[in-house]
Design a protein around this ligand. Structure first.
Ligand code: FDA
Length: 307
């Protein structure tokens, strides 16, 4: 990510918040968004996971949705997640579960949000499944970490979360989470954040990402390196190799529809690789973040609009 790319990312995330742009994107972008989404229904997504598992790729299943406006929506999402957990278990699929705290009501009523997440985590624990609480924008960072800590204190140690390399606070959070035995997915960070809380410079983000990876590998703590960046992937492989760390000591993660041949290659090379598989109809915010990550994706949408 160069400075120009970073500016593009920020501009796109700002423009995408505009209602008129949202309406246009929903009208013209749906077909292209399909490239990043494994279907509208749970059944379609489970079928995609079967295909991935057959190629040696593990999954983490996400029902799209975030930033809800009524708690009754959160209850519906919670119920869909319970169905999702049962679906994974029934199929015997090699898949975790990923969910967003605001989808469960965190922004509207933190206690109710917590209870909804706990209901999903409890059902997952009964089925020996792991639940990843995705990390959203910085107003929710502390609340999300608190939720995972509280779940662990109640015996729901089948849960973990995500830390974003772009946040200044992440070095300390990584140290604390490792000490507390909470499993992490490590990412660069996908939201528009101000300089007061986040590094704006790509090289600083990469440096912090590497520090987070090192902190895990050096201490023998299992982690997930979630990135499509060749530099991060080859650096991680080399770091592990140089220190005799087994490829089983960590996993790579990538998003559904992105670099699928690289995902298959990592599986063939004997690395653990997990694909984040989203499904459902609330695809706009998820898709917008993917457009912001790569100008070529926006170009495809624009071409489609004028076709
Ligand atoms: P970077 O953006 O530098 O991309 C490197 C290369 O990968 C690009 O040059 C391109 O080839 C390819 N690529 C990357 N994005 C692409 C795209 N959208 N379309 C096409 N090609 C693309 N963030 C967050 O804040 N909270 C979270 O919970 C998560 N969860 C999460 C799970 C998983 C499994 C992944 C892979 C990522 C996330 N993220 C996330 C997103 C993350 O923070 C980040 O925005 C993206 O992964 C993009 O950063 P990269 O490290 O992939 O590199």
């Amino acid at each position: 990510m160069s400075i120009g790319t970073e500016m593009y990312r920020k501009t796109l995330l700002t423009v995408a918040g505009n209602k008129a742009v949202e309406n246009l994107s929903i009208k013209y972008g749906k077909k292209l968004a399909g490239k990043f989404i494994a279907g509208n229904t749970l059944e379609e997504a489970l079928e995609e996971i079967r295909v991935l598992n057959n190629k040696g790729i593990m999954a983490t299943l996400d029902h799209l949705g975030e930033g809800i406006t009524h708690l009754r929506e959160a209850a519906l999402y919670r119920d869909e997640y319970v169905r999702l957990v049962e679906g994974i278990a029934r199929q015997g699929a090699d898949s975790n579960v990923s969910l967003k705290p605001t989808q469960m009501g965190l922004a509207l009523d933190p206690d109710e949000g917590y209870r909804n997440i706990r209901a999903v985590a409890t059902q997952a624990k009964l089925n020996n499944l792991f639940v990843r609480i995705d990390m959203e924008d910085s107003p929710f960072t502390q609340a999300t970490l608190d939720i995972v800590r509280r779940l662990h204190s109640e015996g729901l140690d089948n849960t973990g979360t995500v830390l974003q390399a772009y946040l200044h606070r992440t070095v300390e959070d990584t140290r604390d989470m490792i000490r507390e035995g909470i499993r992490l997915r490590l990412v660069k960070g996908a939201y528009k954040e101000p300089a007061s809380v986040a590094y704006q410079n790509t090289s600083e983000v990469i440096d912090q990402f590497k520090t987070m990876i090192r902190n895990h590998l050096d201490q023998g703590v299992y982690t997930a390196v979630a990135s499509h960046d060749d530099h991060i992937i080859s650096w991680t492989k080399q770091y592990a190799k140089d220190r005799g760390i087994s490829p089983d000591a960590f996993e790579f993660q990538m998003l559904y529809g992105l670099r699928m041949s690289e995902q298959e290659r990592l599986a063939r090379e004997g690395y653990r690789i997990r694909c984040y598989v989203p499904y459902g109809t609330m695809w706009y915010p998820y898709y917008t973040r993917r457009l912001a990550e790569k100008p070529a994706n926006l170009w495809m949408v624009l071409k489609n609009m004028f076709r």
